[in-house]
Design a protein around this ligand. Sequence first.
Ligand SMILES: [Zn+2]
Length: 410
Amino acid sequence: MPRPIILTSHPNRGAGAVPPLNWGAADPQQRGPVIATLQNPATRNAIGTHAGSYALYRALAVASGQLRADHRPDFSNTRPAVPLGPFGAWGDPAKIVSLDPWGHLVPEVYAAELAAGQDIRPSIAVTRAHMNMPEVTQAMRAGRLAPDGEVLLPNGDVRVTKVAIEPVWWLPGVAARFGITETELRRHLFEQTGGMFPELVTRPDLRVFLPPIGGMTVYLFGEPEKLGKPETQVACRIHDECNGSDVFGSDICTCRPYLAHGIEACIEMAQEGGVGVIVYNRKEGRALGEVTKFLVYNARKRQEGGDRAEQYFQRTECVAGVQDMRFQELMPDVLHWLGITRIDRLVSMSNMKFAPIVESGIAVVARIPIPDGLIPADARVEMDAKKAAGYFTEAVPDAAELAIAKGRAL
Ligand SMILES: [Zn+2]
């Protein structure tokens, strides 16, 4: 007999209230677990589910008979490789609205609930690794970095702590960040996903949403245990994903060189006894997606007069309708989650990143621009356009400079 489909768009009559969730409570028991698993709809207190867009692959695995829908993870030995938190901001419902501060500690702080049979999943995982990048070994050869045997090894290996974070949105808090009502936010999330999550508009009792988008990865350099202490110096780069440059070395933008420069600054900071922090956000092509991004590249290179900085942002707007959809409003959350209250060296020129960090209450001591020698050949257009648009720089290019085509033709 076919299994009945259970609609979750309205509360089950007689099932009682959903498990309580007091967002921003400093005590994890008072806060309550985020329950976004699927086996028992009556126990869910969140909309959406874990793993972001990968939930669709899980559907394929179940549909094709390769995964049991009722599989429960065995969390043995999965606990964080280094302790992180708790920090003061975890108990502030306004400071963190887009991730679950207890997400990596689920098997620990909700052990009793798990033992009682509740299906609760971590939304954060913390591990350790070595990374090796050609830019780091080049910096060693050029004499800018020297191995210390702890952070940086003689073969160019860098010891890091890696943290994977899924988005968990507290809808009232996200709405407040954008200055809109929770009702408006819910309606647009529902409509713009093609009605993917009816509970957004039918279940005001569910106030947490796990959106089907990419999250972020944090790379920590130095001793993470030093985070949250006022004397600890911090170097930080907030990097938004650019697959073409970050992974494949495509030279139309400055992304990978800037990421590598940020990593170099993080290694230096760790060697000086501080902590380096790289936040890698899955926001491809200014969160417009890679298809839109490549369409814009073509429009830039085919326009009359060639690829030039004065037309850089307009070409994006012609195709996408906006210049940027990364919405840095939610970005500082991860810094508060890490206990950061001051960034001593922010490796970024972007005012779109600088302003929300400072407005969220984190002090920035120094901003570090990318050295000119690291800017790739075809990326001059992007760099000049950003400087003219108010990016942090010592020399703003004038109109005549911006009108010169500096990009390669198709
Ligand atoms: Zn890029």
